[in-house]
Design a protein around this ligand. Structure first.
Ligand code: PGA
Length: 266
């Protein structure tokens, strides 16, 4: 399994094209950008995708979309396909964010089809899973996220698993009013998620944590052995915010042991 550490932000339905371009240009201009020891990524809205990707070309920062359709083309008014996203210069596609599951009725079955479409287009899916507060209260967090991950990744070819990323984003932790997961809690769920993928495919994939990540908790979260990256909303919607997080976690990312693949541990 890829041991690199990930740090990125999804902008949700925020930023105009001009604001997106300004963010990308400011990030590209950071003198030591390429020396940061983590893989940065930015997920703008579709409207800014191509120009953010163009202005970050060659910077090492990956750019991605926040959703896609499962078909490659056709009579799907208002939708965007994975090949169209690839053509914009994107490398990643976020899938299954809890806002999409809650407000747009996105199911695990649809997410599975989207994962396969993203992989077929040569891109990396970043699949979000997470339990609601009610599921947590019923002690069903692990079973919920394991089911979501298994369904998202069912039928994915072994050769394609290298390109898959998961994000653990507990619904109760996301956005205004969200409470970040404690590092221990998140670490335990990440371990369970990796075991679920291991059961399904005989190997695991990196798991990023998202949900109210900020300057105060990033270091403690990034210090957990099973947390392979941070997926940030509000706290990284400015370049200063993203860079502040990158710099805060740099010592721990540099000191991170290159843990053996879970296949070697079991
Ligand atoms: P937040 O958003 O960091 O603003 O809580 C996280 C997300 O929705 O991915």
């Amino acid at each position: 399994m890829d041991r690199k550490f990930w740090l990125g932000t999804g902008w949700k339905m925020n930023k105009t094209r001009a604001e997106g371009r300004a963010y990308a240009e400011a990030l590209q201009a950071v003198p030591d950008l390429q020396q940061l020891p983590m893989q940065l990524f930015v997920l703008p809205p579709f409207t800014a995708l191509a120009e953010v990707a163009a202005s970050l070309a060659g910077s090492g920062v990956l750019v991605g979309a926040q959703n896609c359709h499962w078909a490659s083309a056709g009579a799907w008014t208002g939708e965007i396909s994975a090949p169209q996203i690839a053509e914009c210069g994107a490398a990643l596609v976020e899938l299954g964010h809890s806002e999409r599951r809650a407000h747009f009725g996105e199911t695990d079955v649809a997410i599975n089809a989207k994962v396969k479409a993203v992989l077929a287009a040569g891109l990396r899916p970043l699949v979000c899973v997470g339990e609601t507060a009610e599921e947590r209260a019923l002690d069903a967090a692990t079973v919920t996220v394991a089911r979501q991950a298994r369904m998202a990744l069912a039928g994915v070819a072994a050769a394609d698993l290298d390109r898959v990323l998961l994000a653990y984003e507990p619904v109760w932790a996301i956005g205004e009013g969200g409470t970040p997961a404690s590092p221990d809690y998140a670490d335990a769920i990440h371990g369970a998620l990796k075991n679920a993928v291991m059961d399904l495919h005989g190997r695991s994939v990196p798991v990023l944590y998202g949900g109210s990540v900020n300057a105060a908790n990033a270091l403690a979260l990034a210090s957990q052995p099973e947390i392979d990256g941070l997926f940030v909303g509000r706290a990284a919607w400015t370049v200063e915010g993203l860079l502040g997080l990158a710099r805060a976690i740099t010592p721990i990312v540099e000191a991170r042991p290159h843990a053996p693949d879970r296949a070697d541990r079991n």
